[in-house]
Write a protein that binds this ligand. Structure first.
Ligand code: PMP
Ligand code: GLN
Length: 389
């Protein structure tokens, strides 16, 4: 039994696929979490906070001042975005809560929200809870570029928001300044608010650089930017996230957030502030390292007949499984643990359309030896549709 605001929303695919990996002992390249912790000096900061006698009770509603200041300083240092830490920043339980609180706090029933498809699975779920109507704009394989005409066509007189995600999960695409300018032009023309999920902001490779849409002319006052500590510092279990932007948007997030968790992560907040203030080199080194792991995985997948694009951001790579005769990526993902002892994520669950039916996603945020073992297993298995080992 479930209330209608949740009806039809499937269980999260990440739970299903991680449970499948646990049950079968398969290597889990599905759910995106690193298998090595973030900086040990940040763990030391958690320990200090735990023992300090002041961090184990409820932190302030919007987050401890040191963390809000660190978030504001991070946005200024990296992107030239000046924020008032008291009114323009709120700390949340991961980016997940920031997204949920933003949609619950801002979207009126019936409001249309333009979303990039494939979409991170919490977006449609929370949009439905908020009574919003999603208008997907598909990023098409193989390059997953933004189709500006399709974007324009998705906007109606009921559209009030664009829910953006760059670097983009699951495709690994990083929106270019040109693509973001098209979004910004449309937002300004139609008076839309942009909610921009930037949790992979530091994980870009080669020429690609992350441009926060809030930095484009006319966008600061209409953009709510969301990020978290999880991906940048390899602490996905901490669930320390934040939203920043003009006070009226941050207030709306806080209005909903105070009734969801109120506050969380007491001893983690000072450590997250330390990570943001003192450890800029760490995400840079992580990105350089991930680039090598990306190449290892993408080359290996292409060698076993899985046509795989090298992504310019995030820690996900997408394979097209049609070359092995599969029409349905979900079917292959369900067969993979038995055939090869590896788990991947079927992309179709992130689409309204059928554009992702033959695509699957791999996470390469694992140690090289784990990726190597997964590739060996895949190379030794018969992956063709209909064939059994
Ligand atoms: N947005 C995207 C695009 C993500 O991939 C994730 C993943 N974990 C989140 C939000 C949630 O972040 P957090 O773990 O900080 O809640
Ligand atoms: N963001 C991660 C992913 O896309 C994990 C998401 C989750 O577990 N909800 O794999």
């Amino acid at each position: 039994m479930v209330a209608s605001r949740l009806s039809g929303i499937p269980p999260t695919v990440f739970g299903e696929m991680s449970a499948l990996a646990m049950r079968t002992g398969a290597i889990n390249l599905g759910q995106g979490f690193p298998d090595v912790d973030g900086p040990s000096e940040v763990l030391d900061a958690v320990e200090r906070a735990l023992r300090s006698g002041s961090a184990n009770q409820y932190p302030p509603a919007r987050g401890i001042p040191a963390l809000r200041s660190a978030i504001a300083a991070h946005q200024e240092r990296h992107y030239g975005l000046a924020l008032d830490p008291d009114t323009e920043v709120v700390v949340t339980t991961g980016a997940t809560e920031a997204i949920a609180a933003a949609l619950l706090g801002l979207v009126e029933p019936g409001d249309e929200v333009v979303v990039l498809e494939p979409f991170y699975d919490s977006y449609p779920a929370v949009l439905q809870m908020a009574g919003g109507v999603r208008r997907p704009v598909t990023l098409h394989a193989p390059d997953f570029r933004l189709d500006v005409d399709a974007l324009r066509a998705a906007v109606t007189d009921r559209t009030r928001f664009v829910l953006l995600n760059t670097p983009h999960n699951p495709t690994g695409a990083v929106l270019t300044r040109g693509e973001l300018t098209a979004v910004a032009d449309l937002a300004i023309e139609h008076d839309l608010v942009v909610i921009s999920d930037e949790v992979y902001e530091h994980l870009t490779y080669g020429e690609a650089t992350h441009v926060p849409i809030a930095t484009l002319p006319g966008m600061r006052e209409r953009t709510l930017t969301i990020s978290s500590i999880g991906k940048s510092f390899s602490f996905t279990g901490w669930k320390i996230g934040w939203a920043s932007g003009p006070a009226h948007l941050v207030d709306a997030v806080n209005s909903a957030k105070q009734w969801l968790t109120f506050v969380s992560g007491g001893p983690l907040q000072p450590a997250a502030a330390y990570a943001l203030d003192e450890c800029d080199a760490w995400p840079r080194a992580l990105a350089a390292d991930l680039r090598e792991r990306r190449d290892l995985l993408v080359d290996g997948l292409n060698r076993v007949g899985l046509s795989t694009r090298s992504p310019e951001g995030t820690y996900f790579a997408i394979s097209d499984v049609s070359g092995l005769g599969w029409r349905d990526g979900l079917e292959l993902c369900r067969a993979l643990p038995e055939r090869a002892g590896v788990v991947a994520i079927p992309l179709q669950v992130f689409y309204d359309s059928t554009a992702g039916d033959q695509l699957i996603r791999w996470a390469f945020c694992k140690r090289p030896e784990v990726l190597g073992e997964a590739l060996e297993r895949l190379a030794g298995a018969d992956l063709r549709c209909g064939q059994r080992q």
